[in-house]
Design a protein around this ligand. Structure first.
Ligand code: UDP
Ligand code: MG
Length: 309
């Protein structure tokens, strides 16, 4: 019998863990040709999530949990679950039921048909704010255009199935600031997408706010592209050409008209502009430097406090 491991990161999801377990169990009642396990990763929850998980694990043998020593973030949580899984395929999904468990049979079907990675394409229900919808679409467009990884629009959620062979590859990757959404595209293999409608959060609050989303964006971009680093070279080249042309024009102009060109305001603005530009570019270099700094320390992506398997 093939075994499916389901990895669910949970950060302050006390009311959702039992719900999602119930829904998944119902799905597998119909899929009785498969064994399954649910690996909850408690990512430093400050509510009763851990107690609820222990209670569930006592009741049901398919429930497993990993407790982090603190909050490490959603991506490390998914990675931890994958690292500790041993199914023939691993499905990762959110704890808040935004990823409908009822899609699992479709994912498994595509996998049985030969796909190594079955990703999901999110189509939004009307309730989701326009802001979140638009920023998400923009983000993936932007990311695809500046990085070497082609990300699918709406394919950016962490609801996907991976064959054990892919999981083995991902397990070996120990980069800091791990970004699975990009990695799962980057690794290649045979990939196929399945569309679904994202549901609303069952209960609790989203842990992502604007600043977390921005940080996520920077992580994604810097993890998959060095193009921002070339920005300095391009801009430097363009501005140098302008400067040389401008210089020539002004010299000729002042010779022909026999006048001096005045204007300290424009001079100051130019100085300020280039000061700003240089700081931005130094900041970009700094971001990569920071990544290298984090990487050379070789700290783990997560620390496990306890685990029941
Ligand atoms: N999550 C996590 N660690 C965090 C933030 C979130 O493990 O620091 C989990 C959370 O419990 C949920 C999933 O990641 O299962 C997605 O988080 P959320 O629903 O807050 O994000 P959104 O759906 O709003 O993008
Ligand atoms: Mg959510």
């Amino acid at each position: 019998m093939k075994k499916i491991s389901i990895v669910i990161p949970a950060h302050n999801e006390e009311d959702n863990v039992a719900l999602i377990h119930q829904r998944i169990k119902e799905v597998f009642l119909k899929l009785d040709t498969y064994k399954f396990e649910i690996i909850f990763v408690n990512d430093g929850s400050r509510d009763q999530t851990q107690a609820k998980l222990e209670q569930l694990a006592n009741q049901f043998e398919e429930v497993k949990f990993i407790e982090f020593s603190r909050n490490f973030g959603h991506q490390p949580a998914v990675k931890a679950g994958m690292d500790c899984s041993n199914g023939n395929a691993v499905i990762s999904m959110d704890a808040d039921l935004q990823h409908p468990p009822e899609l699992i049979p479709d994912l498994i079907k595509k996998w049985e048909e030969g796909a190594d990675i079955v990703y999901t394409i999110r189509t939004y229900p009307k309730q989701i704010s326009i802001f979140k919808r638009k920023t998400s679409i923009l983000f993936y467009h932007f990311l695809s255009s500046i990085s070497d990884v082609n990300l699918v629009e709406g394919g950016g959620s962490d609801f996907r199935l991976m064959d054990a062979s892919v999981v083995d590859v991902v397990r070996e990757m120990n980069e800091t600031d791990i970004f699975l959404r990009g990695l799962s595209t980057w690794v290649g293999f045979r990939q196929i997408g399945v569309p679904y409608v994202a549901a609303e959060r069952a209960s609790g609050e989203s842990s992502y706010n604007l600043s977390k989303m921005l940080r996520f964006a920077f992580t994604g971009i810097t993890a998959f592209s060095v193009k921002p680093l070339y920005l300095a070279a391009y801009l430097g080249f363009i501005f140098s050409v302008f400067a040389v042309l401008g210089y020539a024009i002004y010299v000729i102009h002042s010779f022909v008209t026999q006048t001096e060109i005045s204007g300290w305001a424009s001079l100051i603005m130019t100085v300020v502009f280039f000061g700003g530009l240089q700081l931005i570019i130094m900041g970009i270099i700094g971001m990569y430097l920071g990544k290298i700094f984090k990487q050379v320390k070789e700290r783990p992506n997560y620390i496990i406090r306890s685990k029941n398997f």
